[in-house]
Design a protein around this ligand. Structure first.
Ligand code: NAP
Length: 252
């Protein structure tokens, strides 16, 4: 089923247990979108789906999805019923940078989860939306992809790749003159289980609901790339402009 003027259709949420994703899911449900929560933890997804259905009175289903199994992604996409009108990719793994430095399997897990797996599944979405002539893809990347830092350069490298992928996809659809939108989201710190063990500065740490609001505003408007919260655009501009001899001496 595709979206109509009365029914906005269903949105596929990849990484459906993510706290940011669930805040976006709730915001979309408030607008009448149905939801498909996809991920690895079937019990957690069922719980969240039941909660969203009760709170918002929309249809919410679940689907099994593992970013680390790209060979399953074409069948996963074909199995989705109804066919999604849009996709939010909130899959992410911060991992343990120290472990990744000495164990390439973990470094590879970071690259495969944050980059390869996301590209693999979003390629399915892109092909389907291209055929239909409409749809939206919201990819949650990170400010970590704007400049490699000593503390998380595997995660950062994957997010940089993801940002470039989303940019290329957007260019592809722009030159196609189609009505497929690709939105890149670059959050700074967000208070979720991903950052629970990290000491993030309170003033710069957003709540998932604030990130969700920023994303919905982008969906309503024309912005292709957003930072969330807005001040990260300026923080990252300064960080990107720092000359390398200065940057390499910082502990950012
Ligand atoms: N929190 C921040 O400060 C922050 C900042 C910048 C960007 N981000 C990005 O925001 C997005 C959402 O993160 P979050 O903060 O909400 O963290 P989160 O709650 O830890 O969510 C991460 C999500 O990724 C899923 N995931 C991990 N590996 C997967 C795999 N192999 N296959 C399928 N799903 C997998 C997790 O599912 P399971 O439940 O199965 O583990 C979970 O749903 C991520 O892309 C993250 O990189 C977060």
């Amino acid at each position: 089923m595709t979206a109509s003027s009365t029914d906005p259709g269903h949105v596929l949420i990849l990484g459906g247990t993510s706290e940011i994703a669930l805040a976006i899911a709730a915001a979309l449900a408030r607008r009448g979108y149905g939801l498909i929560l996809a991920g690895r933890d079937a019990d957690a997804l069922q719980r969240e789906a039941a909660d969203l259905e009760i709170r918002h009175g929309v249809s919410v289903t679940t689907a099994s999805f593992d970013a680390l199994e790209p060979a399953t992604h074409p069948a996963f996409w074909q199995s989705l019923n109804p066919a999604p009108a849009g996709v939010v990719c909130a899959v992410g793994l911060l991992g343990d940078h120290g472990v990744a430095r000495t164990d390439f399997n973990h470094a590879r897990q970071l690259l495969d989860t944050n980059l390869v797996g996301c590209i693999s599944v979003l390629d399915q979405a892109a092909l389907a939306f291209e055929q239909r002539g409409e749809g939206f893809i919201i990819g949650i990347s990170s400010v970590a992809g704007d400049r490699g830092r000593a503390s998380n350069y595997y995660y950062g490298a994957a997010k940089a790749g993801f940002t470039a992928y989303l940019s290329g996809l957007r260019n592809h659809f722009a030159s196609n003159a189609s009505r497929v939108r690709v939105i890149t989201v670059k959050p700074g710190f967000v208070a979720t289980r991903m950052t629970a063990d990290h000491d993030t500065p309170a003033l710069l740490t957003a709540q998932p609901e604030q990130t969700a609001r920023d994303i919905l505003r982008a969906l309503d408007g024309r912005r292709d790339v957003i930072y969330s919260r807005w001040y990260w655009r300026w923080i990252m501009l300064i960080i990107r402009l720092l000359p390398e001899p200065v940057f390499k001496r910082t502990r950012l």
